[in-house]
Design a protein around this ligand. Structure first.
Ligand SMILES: C[S@@+](CC[C@H](N)C(=O)[O-])C[C@H]1O[C@@H](n2cnc3c(N)ncnc32)[C@H](O)[C@@H]1O
Length: 257
């Protein structure tokens, strides 16, 4: 497993949430020795600083949905670099297989016959649990952990054009009633706490559901805000990236406790 990076191979590597101490040893070794690192916007400068002196690096981020490079463009860069015999790290924040467009990249690389290794990373949800020091599962309150994307791009109807009063309207987060014994981790929640609160209500969440917004977890800029759903619309989400945890397991973080 811990061999030097192979020429002509692409390594799909998880960069974790930001703190370089939360990288795997495998990820750190690959960053230090690969020929080329192609990284996303959310990868922290502290992690990129671990790239070796002979490692070329390039951003392939698509900040705020405004594409500087298309997904097909990323595939072309990866395939071209591997065909040129380079060892390539494709560095993604958190874990590369969680909300990271990995399916498309893996398919393109496999179709091109390029060997791939996947190096897992600490996803934002696990860093968030560690930051707030509350278990994501709890034998009294949460027997399920559900990861969902709140980003409107992954849904057919943008929140601004949906009618919250329409029971037939598509739910952003969940279809059917939300399990009471679940912790819900909402990735890419958008910039509006009010919109997320409304989506939770539409998914059947009760007004007393504890909700936590954790901004820039595992960085010096980390910010945590907690409220029950009834008051969540009024909280300050903090700077992006933000992850939301909702569920009774988070109750210990509420100001009244
Ligand atoms: C495109 S997804 C990538 C998720 C990533 N693959 C992972 O496993 O964490 C980006 C979303 O992950 C969450 N995220 C990533 N890093 C974060 C951080 N340091 N603090 C809070 N949320 C983070 C946010 O919800 C952000 O909108």
């Amino acid at each position: 497993m811990s061999t030097a990076p192979q020429k002509g191979t692409v390594y799909l590597v998880g960069a974790g949430p930001g703190d370089p101490d939360l990288l795997t040893l495998r990820a750190a070794r690959l960053l230090a020795t690969a020929d080329l690192v192609l990284y996303d916007d959310l990868v922290s400068p502290e992690v990129l600083a671990l790239c070796g002196p002979h490692t070329e690096r390039a951003s392939v981020g698509k900040r705020c949905g405004r594409a500087r490079i298309t997904q097909d463009g990323i595939h072309a860069l990866l395939i071209d670099a591997a065909h040129r015999g380079l060892s390539v790290v494709r560095l993604k924040s958190g874990d590369p297989l969680i909300f990271g467009r990995a399916a498309e990249e893996l398919e393109a690389l496999r179709t091109a016959g390029i060997p791939v290794e996947i190096v897992p990373g600490i996803s934002a949800v696990f860093a968030a649990g560690a930051a707030v020091q509350v278990p994501l599962t709890d034998r009294n309150t949460a027997s399920k952990l559900i990861l969902v994307a709140g980003h409107p791009a992954s849904h057919k109807t943008p929140p601004s054009s949906r009618n919250p009063a329409d029971p037939e309207a598509e739910s952003l987060l969940w279809t059917g009633p939300l399990p009471a014994d679940a912790t819900l981790a909402i990735y890419m929640p958008g910039r509006s706490a009010a919109a997320i609160a409304e989506e939770l209500r539409r998914s059947g969440a009760p007004e007393d559901l504890p909700c936590i917004a954790i901004s820039q977890v595992a960085t010096p800029r980390q910010h945590i805000a907690a409220a029950r759903l009834a008051n969540f619309a009024g909280i300050e989400l903090g700077l992006t990236p933000v992850l939301i945890l909702a569920g009774y397991a988070m109750g210990a973080l509420l100001p009244e406790n």
